[in-house]
Design a protein around this ligand. Structure first.
Ligand code: FAD
Length: 369
């Protein structure tokens, strides 16, 4: 009998196994594929943005500050950098969400930030060329996470604290018994006091009553010849002044190139119908959104990946007790911005399983009723 069984080992699941094991709980993690690093879910693609002045809602700020502490603690344990500071810049018209929301979060939580005009942005960061009617919010503490190293570090540390992890173990069924749960796996039953579902886009199958949608996303990597000025870019999100599309991206990274993508506006479909091929339309859409970085050309396109968002109607996370399923806790609906919070979400989920914390109102699954 385990204290906690965690189903699905993307960033949310590996983080939960790690946090539960750190607290001396008897924990098992089960993953359907042969590795945490695979291209069919949401936690692949080399890098993820991390930032503090959270335009989506100021209530995320304490959680992201917690995540910074956790990522740094993990770096110290493994002796390797995982969070690379670059600074971060949000650009758009003065009324754009990324501008007003970032300012609001920074002011409310006393975070350091600077306001820049369009001309100041272009002068300070020669890779960008935004229009005069745009402005920016710059935050010095933003940066990016090294995805694969982060996942591997979580697994390694979880095992060091005594966690068990099994791969090629698709959980087929969960039965609720008196005071515990029984999971059906290809190699037999697993019993635990609590189960935590961190199954990413597969949550749409386990919780069909929740209003979650799977959205296809296609980040791309470019290898521009002249990349010196792109190496010093901060991470960025720019809301296009005409289309409203949000392009995001990273500085040029040696061995990877420059990664960029469009946040949302991908195709929504049931998981089994996701088109896993990159199309010309994907490339055209991204190039249009990147019109403010003139040195990125489609000719220098080097790599692209299909990745999935699991969206909730308000784009806020869904973390808590599964409706109608006592004993089952879930975390999903990360709506394209969940990776950075990994170890903090793992801690929250462990607390929920132990009954020592309740779901934050912003993430409560019952809010859609
Ligand atoms: C293109 C792209 C860019 C992004 N950029 C950022 C960013 O810059 N910053 C940021 O913070 N976030 C970002 N995100 C969002 C972030 O990556 C996701 O929120 C996060 O990875 C979701 O992780 P997860 O663990 O919930 O899901 P997943 O990574 O999909 O993991 C779920 C796991 O569950 C397993 N599983 C499913 N069903 C079963 C079963 N029955 N039995 C066993 N295992 C099962 C799956 O195989 C999978 O490994 C981005 C996402 C994408 C797609």
């Amino acid at each position: 009998m385990y204290d906690i069984a965690v189903v699905g080992l993307g960033i949310a699941g590996t983080s939960t196994v790690y946090q539960a094991a750190r607290r001396n709980l008897k924990v098992i993690g089960l993953e359907q594929f042969d590795s945490v690093i695979h291209a069919l879910g949401s936690s692949h693609g080399k890098t993820r943005i991390i930032r503090q002045a959270y335009f989506e809602h100021p209530d995320y700020v304490p959680l992201v500050l917690d995540a910074y502490r956790e990522w740094h603690a993990l770096e110290e344990s493994i002796g390797e950098p995982l969070l690379i500071p670059t600074g971060g810049i949000m650009m758009g018209r003065p009324e754009a969400d990324v501008i007003t929301g970032s300012r609001r979060a920074a002011q409310q939580h006393g975070l350091p930030y600077e306001e820049l005009s369009g001309a100041e942005v272009n002068e300070r960061f020669p890779g960008f060329h935004i229009t005069d009617d745009e402005v920016a919010i710059y935050e010095p503490e933003a940066g990016y996470l090294r995805v694969e190293s982060g996942l591997e570090a979580l697994i390694q540390e979880a095992r060091r604290y005594g966690a068990e992890m099994r791969f090629n173990q698709a959980v087929e069924d969960i039965q609720i018994r008196d005071g515990h749960v029984v999971l059906e796996t290809p190699s037999g039953r697993v019993a635990a006091r609590r189960v935590i579902l961190t199954v990413g886009p597969w949550l749409t199958r386990w919780a069909p009553d929740l209003p979650l949608e799977v959205e296809r996303q296609v980040p791309m990597w470019f290898l521009p010849q002249d990349h010196q000025h792109l190496e010093r870019l901060p991470i960025y999100i720019r809301e296009h002044p005409h289309s409203g599309r949000q392009a995001y991206g990273f500085p040029y990274i040696e061995g990877q190139g420059i990664k960029a993508g469009v946040h949302h506006q991908g195709q929504v479909s049931p998981l089994e119908h996701v088109n896993r091929q990159v199309t010309r339309q994907d490339i055209a859409q991204l190039m249009e959104a990147l019109d403010f970085i003139p040195s990125i050309h489609p000719d220098s396109l080097h790599e692209a990946a299909v990745c999935l968002y699991t969206n909730s109607p308000d784009s806020h996370f869904v973390v808590g007790q599964m409706p109608h399923e006592p004993g089952v806790i879930m975390a999903g609906g990360f709506s394209g911005h969940g990776f950075k919070f990994g170890p903090a979400i793992g801690s929250l989920l462990t607390d929920l399983a132990l009954g020592v914390r309740t779901s934050p109102a912003l993430f409560h699954p019952e809010r859609f009723r």
